[in-house]
Design a protein around this ligand. Structure first.
Ligand code: XMP
Length: 560
């Protein structure tokens, strides 16, 4: 038993679930991942995924060092891994025990490959067992914070103090080291908190360097990736842009030549950072052959469509706004069920988008702002997905699988923070790059009950005040999301000398790493007070404001 079973206690769990290890991340974009310039492959460190909650986090941490890293299924044949010429391989943790029947093991060719290896927790146990040592169930299990004493200041711990606060999460332990290995750190419970065979550049650690609770985890990963494995930090936004612009242009040109077409590329722009960055990148590659379509479903925030239009017109992008407000409102009339709202908006969006596309003549490609976490997540089994379905998420731009275009998904291998860095490098304004996430169905799922034009106006004004005040307080980037909800409640109030019986608006502000878990933001009372008094004074029909102090779980971020 290893880290998977206690993941919830840590609260930094990433989106990856245990099934990821058994699935493939096939279906690569033609642009290809991990390029550090036109035709230049960046140095890469592969993360083999044995089902840890944190596998994705390991790849993220490596990329923070400007080294390209990809998560591969644990059973990827060594020949496939070797073909990538990785500078190093990190074996992730996982919930199984290496001595159990059916537990996940890598291709044994890995052990004699000569490639520098770092085993983390379950990965350490695999390495110990695979090289002739022994792993046993451990009576002194360690979960949570611990302090390791580094006894051998080898390269992995270079620059660090002998006492290191770390995060442990294991029920198995090494009983006997393989030949050539020595212990380099211990805790009160285990003599093998870290082990090494420096001659073969094989390293293993019992704790998790990827979680923030391991104080110097990033330094330990840096020591492995940059020093021991010798990977060069070539994975930068500028290199990413250069290589992708080149490969997208080549792909579109080749298609045009082969078919004699104009090679037009379509993009559904929602206003969110992902589609904005994807569109800007593709625009650099193909210029006027890109046409952006923004479907205004009427559920946008105040001025959002106008700001988007201005920003993209300034960039010289062909931009079409489809005003479909009445159409969406008509479909939503009388609907109060959240899932039904989501379905209606999702379906109608596709219809409107397809109608617009048909007017534009022959379109060869569609650009989408798919991110790496989406790719990993969609690799999980359908069964797991349906078992845990809480809401039907609809991405504006989320189109059906059988759409008749070839896809250009330049962000397919990027994490969100990398997308922002690329956006900044492309010259997009901070207001677009650091925009808080906004759900595809927009304000419709923040109006509890029926969506009407009047209620949309009320919510839009209240929401604008929330954002305005949060920005003025300098907290816009600190909180993950901050917005208003129009509740179906009415309450009695007094304004001037008269009685009112009006709407109750709720404020929601949360902090989060990845939207999987979230905490309500501890906004200063003065700020909440300003938001409240402005809303009741400036928004007609609202006489009461409440603050939502629920975390996720058990609540969700959005109310519907
Ligand atoms: P919940 O409410 O599930 O939201 O805690 C998690 C994150 O997802 C966003 N969200 C959506 N994003 N389409 C989207 O693109 C959707 O249908 C959708 N529903 C929720 C939500 O704003 C939060 O960031």
């Amino acid at each position: 038993m290893s880290d998977g079973q206690v993941a919830d206690r840590i609260g930094t769990a990433d989106a990856t679930g245990p099934d990821v290890a058994r699935t493939s991340l096939a279906g690569r974009d033609a642009a290809g991942p991990g390029l550090a310039g036109p035709g230049v492959k960046a140095d890469e460190v592969v993360v083999l995924d044995f089902g840890s909650q944190y596998s994705q986090l390991i790849a993220r941490r490596v990329r923070e060092l400007n080294v390209y890293s990809e998560l591969l299924p644990f059973d990827t044949p060594w020949s496939e891994i070797a073909a990538r010429k990785p500078k190093g391989v990190i074996l992730s943790g996982g919930p199984a025990s290496v001595y159990e029947d059916g537990s996940p093991h890598p291709d044994p060719a890995i052990w004699a490959s000569g490639v520098p290896l770092l085993g983390i927790c379950y990965g350490l146990h695999l390495m110990a067992q695979g090289l002739g040592g022994e792993v046993i169930s451990f009576e002194r299990k360690e979960f949570g914070p611990a302090v390791v004493s580094v006894t051998d200041q080898d390269r992995l711990f270079a620059g660090l103090e002998p006492e290191q606060p770390v995060w442990m999460s294991h029920g198995d332990s090494i009983a006997r080291l393989p030949d050539g290995f020595r212990s380099t750190a211990h805790t009160g419970s285990t003599p093998f908190a870290a082990v090494a065979d420096p001659d073969r550049r094989l390293y293993g650690i019992q704790f998790h360097p990827e979680v923030v609770h391991t104080q110097n985890g990033r330094q330990i990963l840096r020591n492995f990736v940059l020093d021991i494995a010798g990977a060069r930090p070539m994975w930068t936004p500028a290199n990413f842009i250069a290589s992708n612009v080149e490969s997208i242009r080549r792909r579109v040109d080749e298609h045009s030549r082969a078919t004699g077409s104009d090679g037009q590329v379509l993009c559904a722009l929602s206003g969110g950072v992902d589609s904005a960055v994807a569109a800007t990148l593709v625009h650099r590659a193909v210029g006027d052959r890109l046409i952006c379509v923004h479907v205004d479903h009427g559920m946008m925030r105040k001025n959002e469509t106008e700001l988007l239009q201005t920003a993209f017109e300034q960039l010289g992008v062909r931009f079409i706004v489809v005003n479909a407000r009445d159409r969406f409102l008509a479909k939503l009339a009388g609907v109060i069920d959240p899932e039904q709202k989501r379905r209606i908006i999702g379906n109608e969006f596709i219809r409107v988008f397809e109608e617009e596309a048909a007017k534009l003549g022959e379109i060869a490609f569609l650009t989408q702002g798919t991110l790496y976490p989406d790719v990993i997540e969609s690799a999980t089994s359908d069964m797991e997905k349906s078992a845990s379905k809480i809401k039907t998420h609809h991405n504006v731009g989320g189109l059906p699988d059988d759409i008749a275009f070839q896809l250009i998904e330049p962000l397919r291998y990027l994490f969100k923070d990398e997308v922002r860095a690329v956006g900044t490098e492309l010259g997009l304004p901070d207001s677009m790059v650091y925009r808080q996430p906004f759900p595809g169905p927009g304000l419709a799922i923040r109006i509890i009950g029926e969506v009407t034009a009047e209620r949309l106006d009320t919510l839009r004004e209240a929401d604008w005040i929330v954002i305005d005040e949060i920005k003025a307080a300098g907290m816009y980037r600190e909180v993950w999301q901050s917005f208003a909800i129009l509740t179906p409640l009415r309450s009695v109030g007094v304004m001037g000398d008269g009685r009112t019986y009006s709407n109750v608006v709720a404020i929601r502000a949360v902090t989060s790493e990845d939207a999987m878990t979230a905490d309500w933001a501890k906004l200063p009372y003065e700020l909440l007070g300003r938001i409240s008094s402005r809303i009741v004074n400036e928004v007609p029909g609202v006489n009461r404001v409440v603050y939502d102090i629920s975390s996720k779980p058990p609540a969700t971020i959005e109310w519907e």
